[in-house]
Design a protein around this ligand. Structure first.
Ligand code: CA
Length: 339
């Protein structure tokens, strides 16, 4: 595809050639001049695998550094995929928030910025803002589709799911739904991050890319079952998009459900400082107004626990992982049937 390059100037550069056929493994280099390195770079890993003709698909992992299944599966693809197996081009980025990935943290320890609230970025901003700006200005215009592989991270444990990114454009919305369904996770969930425009997937949609995400477990660990879902799902979507041949397709599951988060009512937030006791397991069907959990103040036994309640009917979809909570922490997430 030939689309106009961005007019925003940038000092970031690639060590791989996006137009070369075959497989290249290299880096997006962000000039970075901290105390101990005057003329160094932050190296964000990028692999390009290209062959024949077909769509360009960007796979992102490590947008948050404590979400592991997507990055593992993308690295496996980089090592295992032979260019002759594909038609089109894959731009594989397993560790985009690279300082956070190496630290096992959600946000970058270098600039404190949340990568997924840093789109469309700033080519003259912090390392994180420069990285997201390069993706928006130089990579999205090269691409037809974008897969953003998240998990719940250290603070949330989420039922493994494919995520539909809503779009104002009805054609793109339908394409996004089909891509997420092709991933074929046990659950498919519409999540718009309360309309936040600063996410990677919202920015990809604005660029006109077929866009989907995932939430694959969480809790700051690697889930064996979620990793299997990731490996299988990525290949399913690449078959759906025409990059991998249909011979590599696997039999779809028959029990796929489509859910959505009911806006702000999806969330149960902590109301006081304490230890959160959830009352239900993942997948439990809940009702609005029903007790959802208790927050205990174990250092003040004279105080009874504070009860918190569900704000929506639906299914318990995500739960906070650490027991310790402060007011405003997200304790529980409820999803309900879509449509
Ligand atoms: Ca995430």
């Amino acid at each position: 595809m030939s689309k106009p390059a961005s007019t925003r100037s940038s000092s970031a550069f690639l060590s791989v050639d996006l137009d070369r056929m075959g497989k290249q493994v290299g880096f997006l280099m962000i000039p970075h001049s901290p105390d101990d390195d005057a003329w160094g770079v932050t190296r964000v890993p990028v692999a390009v695998i290209a062959n024949g003709t077909g769509p360009t698909v960007i796979l992102e992992g490590g947008n948050h550094g404590d979400e592991y299944e997507g990055p593992i599966a993308i690295c496996e693809l980089i090592r295992e995929l032979d260019p002759g197996e594909i038609q089109g081009r894959l731009i594989l980025m397993p560790a985009n928030n690279v300082h956070a990935v190496m630290a096992g943290k959600r946000v970058s320890p270098v600039d404190g910025v949340n990568f997924n609230r840093a789109f469309p970025g700033d080519p003259h901003g912090t390392v994180t803002q420069q990285t997201t700006a390069f993706i928006v200005d130089q990579l999205y215009p090269e691409a037809d589709a974008f897969l953003d592989l998240h998990s719940g991270g250290s603070s949330l444990d989420i039922l493994p799911s494919a995520i539909i990114q809503p779009s104002e454009d009805s054609t793109l919305r339908q394409q996004n739904i089909l891509a997420a369904q092709a991933f074929d996770a046990p659950l498919t969930v519409v999540i718009d991050n309360l309309g936040d425009p600063r996410t990677a997937t919202a920015a990809a949609c604005r660029a006109g890319l077929i866009t989907m995400g995932t939430e694959l477990g969480g809790g700051g660990t690697v889930s064996v079952s979620a990793l299997e879902i990731a490996r299988r799902g990525i290949r399913n979507v690449l078959v759906h998009l025409g990059v991998l041949s249909t011979e590599t397709a696997v039999e779809p599951r028959r029990d796929q459900r489509i859910l959505s988060l009911p806006g702000t009512d999806a969330y149960v937030f902590a109301t006081v400082d304490g230890i959160f006791e959830p009352l239900h397991r993942h997948g439990h069907e809940v009702r609005a107004g029903e007790p959802a959990g208790r927050i205990h103040c174990t250092w003040d036994p004279s105080r009874p626990p504070e009860e918190v309640h569900y704000q929506s009917d639906g299914m318990l979809y995500g739960r906070r992982q650490p027991g310790r909570v402060k007011p405003g922490n997200c304790c529980l997430v409820v999803a309900k049937p879509y449509g």
